[in-house]
Write a protein that binds this ligand. Structure first.
Ligand code: CP
Length: 328
């Protein structure tokens, strides 16, 4: 089939020969080098051009099949991967645990092997158990992307957060990033901590002590500090990221009352004014407006929350291109 220039990858997309690693899976950001993250940014920059075209489609992954295998709910991650894959002309199959043979007792490994036998080239997987995508990656030949595993990791969300920050600040190096709230249960926070620190940011974790996991600050992470006072944490912040209280994962007893949590940890306009005047407000979503963030801040001038979602498509296009773009 003939293609016009409008249907081809932009020339600015980096050659896969220059790729800094031969990565097959994306399981977390702990094994991403700075060069590899920069390469993802550069590729996403070029993919944005495709998203600005009238026809947002290039043939790069024609003949490839991406399966989303989700054992937990999702709006952003699942739809964004579907959109990204379709923009690259891949076929997409969405499978959720409910309604599949998982309900009849089929194991995770057998489910993944079945998807491979049906022709999947990439499995994007979300699971309530930390480590589930790692297990699958050991048992199938296809590429596995972790779309969120328990409280452990959510690398593609981390990359799109980094990309959004770099777009606005020009660089992540030296940025002061404050992550607020339920860090204990947040896979997004963990992946962000790997990515942000690898790119040279200073990270402040701000939460009641019961919601901060042990070991995330120094000495394991020397540029990560824990500051329980939100007013103190926000001073001079370049980026603020409140997190949702994950009540579905909490066993109870971690907070005295929701009212007290809101009083001390909600990001409102007064608190936002303690940060740098043009500080960015990010949120991985879904938000519980009125709890970790007020509606004014969530939808205010400093919020880039919707932009994160939009940029997520370009970042995921870049990741799919890097994983299977050159494969026969
Ligand atoms: N950020 C994120 O993972 O959102 P979803 O749960 O909607 O995918």
């Amino acid at each position: 089939m003939r293609t016009t220039k409008q249907q081809e990858l932009p020339e600015a997309v980096p050659s896969l020969e220059a790729k800094p690693s031969r990565r097959r899976h994306i399981l977390d950001l702990d094994d991403f080098t700075r060069d590899e993250i920069e390469f993802v940014f550069e590729t996403a920059d070029a993919m944005k051009e495709v998203l600005e075209r009238e026809i947002k489609k290039v043939p790069t992954l024609r003949g490839k099949t991406l399966v989303t295998l989700f054992y937990e709910p999702s709006t952003r991650t699942r739809v964004s991967f579907e959109q990204a894959a379709k923009n690259l002309s891949a076929d997409v199959i969405n499978l959720s645990a409910s309604g599949s043979s998982v309900e009849k007792g089929e194991s995770l490994i057998d489910t993944a092997r079945t998807l491979q036998a049906l022709g999947a080239d990439i499995i994007v997987m979300r699971h309530y158990h930390a480590g589930a995508p790692y297990l699958i990656a050991q048992h199938v030949a296809v590429s596995v992307i972790n779309g969120g595993d328990g409280c452990h990791a959510h690398p593609t969300q981390g990359l799109l957060d980094l990309y959004t920050i770099r777009e606005h600040l020009g660089t992540i190096d030296g940025a002061k990033v404050v992550i607020i709230g339920d860090i204990l249960h947040s896979r997004v926070a963990r992946s962000n901590i790997w990515g942000l620190t690898r790119m040279g940011a200073e990270v402040i974790l701000c939460a009641p002590p019961t919601l901060v996991p042990v070991g995330l600050g120094a000495p394991a992470f020397p540029v990560v500090t824990v500051e329980p006072s939100l007013d103190r944490a926000l001073k001079g912040a370049d980026v603020i990221m409140p997190l949702r209280l994950q009540k579905e994962r909490q066993k109870g007893g971690l907070l005295p009352t929701l009212r007290e949590y809101i009083q001390f940890y909600q990001l409102d306009s007064r608190r936002l004014s303690l940060a740098k005047p043009d500080a960015l407000v990010l949120h991985p979503g879904p938000m519980n407006e009125g709890i970790e963030i007020t509606p004014e801040v969530a939808h205010g001038a400093q919020s880039v929350i919707e932009e994160q979602v939009t940029k997520g498509v370009a970042v995921r296009m870049a990741l799919l291109y890097l994983l299977v773009g050159g494969a026969e």
